[in-house]
Design a protein around this ligand. Structure first.
Ligand code: DAH
Length: 335
């Protein structure tokens, strides 16, 4: 058997080779244990030092400590390499490749239509007004001069909230008329786009939430002619010169006289109809002016409210309102 000192160098070389070749961190730990662990080959060698003569011992101990330090260093180096490798990508990165573009979506068709309607109204001096979707009885119904037996405020039709003051989700954007008139004097030329809510079951033409645009014009000597001219201008601007608009007498509590607006164009005919009802409108009722503190002997005005989905359906030839709310990308991608 070779002397203890002669065993040191080959053992070191074997250990260094094994550490340097460890394929992963587990193999490295295993190699470390087999040399430096409690029963490791170097540990055993150290113990045998006791058998050496007094003269030989210091030199042998020094050599072994030196080798141990070398092995520790080899271990640290290899561990750092393996750790780096475990987080680095397997293939090298090619920084000259073009970037991967993230697909960018676009505005929802209803938003696009709303923006176009707003743009048309801005051309003739209308500004956009906003109001809350959570409303109270007063702004949604009472101030709009409802008849006593009015059905819309029925809990069957309106979503009421469990709040102390029985707030509700507005059933129409007409509430914004009231809020604006209460907060500023005439003249007024506004539109108010936004969501409204009704307890309707969804079908091809109804959805429990949908969107309206309210219009309000208040000034001196305003006539039905102004109303009709404005409506015609907007729809021609939006949907082309072939648009025809017709007013039919109707009843709304907040206008007198009141009308429903029917709309016709080639797309409506393509959808199998001659006329499509798209809006309600009329001359602002004197009682509404009283309710907001305007003098009905001085001020006149008109108002309208129409459904944005209806207009989008006419524009794009869509026959089911639910498509706007299902968010199926195959539908949305087409706009
Ligand atoms: N608020 C009505 C509705 O939701 C629409 C409407 C009709 C609005 C006549 C008006 C109006 O401003 O004058 O059906």
């Amino acid at each position: 058997m070779p002397g203890l000192l002669d065993q040191i160098e080959p053992l070191k070389q074997a250990a260094v080779a094994e550490l340097a070749n460890a394929r992963d961190l587990a193999a490295l730990e295993h190699a470390k244990g087999s040399y430096l662990g409690p029963h490791g080959k170097f540990t055993v060698l150290m113990k045998q030092l006791a058998a050496l003569s007094k003269e030989e011992r210091p030199a042998a101990g020094k050599l072994i400590n030196q080798v141990k330090a070398e092995l520790e260093a080899a271990l640290v180096t290899r561990r750092a390499e393996l750790e780096l490798r475990s987080v680095a990508p397997e293939a090298p990165t090619d920084f000259t490749l073009p970037g991967r573009r993230r697909a960018i979506g676009h505005l929802h068709p209803l938003t696009q239509v709303t923006e176009d309607i707003v743009r048309s109204f801005r051309k003739i001096g209308f500004v956009v007004a906003d109001g809350p979707e959570i409303e109270d009885d007063c702004h949604c119904f009472d101030a709009l001069n409802p008849p006593a037996e009015h059905a819309a405020r029925d809990t069957k039709d309106t979503f009421y909230l469990k709040t102390a003051n029985r707030s509700l989700l507005r059933t129409h954007t007409s509430s914004v008329q009231i809020r604006v008139m209460k907060s500023q004097p005439p003249p007024i030329r506004l539109i108010a786009p936004g969501r409204v809510y009704r307890r309707d079951n969804a079908d091809a033409t109804h959805n429990p939430t949908f969107q309206q645009i309210e219009g309000l014009y208040v000034d001196k000597n305003v006539t039905v002619g102004d109303l009709k001219g404005t409506v015609e201008f907007i729809f021609r601007d939006l949907l082309g010169d072939e648009v025809k608009v017709r007013f039919r007498p109707h009843y709304f509590s907040y206008t007198e006289p009141s009308f429903e607006i029917d709309f016709s164009n080639p797309m409506v005919r393509k959808m199998g109809k001659e006329w499509l009802e798209i809006a309600g409108c009329g001359m602002v009722h004197p009682q509404v002016f009283e309710n907001v503190g305007y003098d009905p002997d001085v001020w006149t005005g008109w108002a309208f409210g129409f459904g944005i989905e209806r207009i989008a359906m006419i524009r794009y030839g869509i026959n089911d309102i639910r498509l706007f709310y299902e968010n199926d990308v195959r539908f949305l991608k087409q706009f």
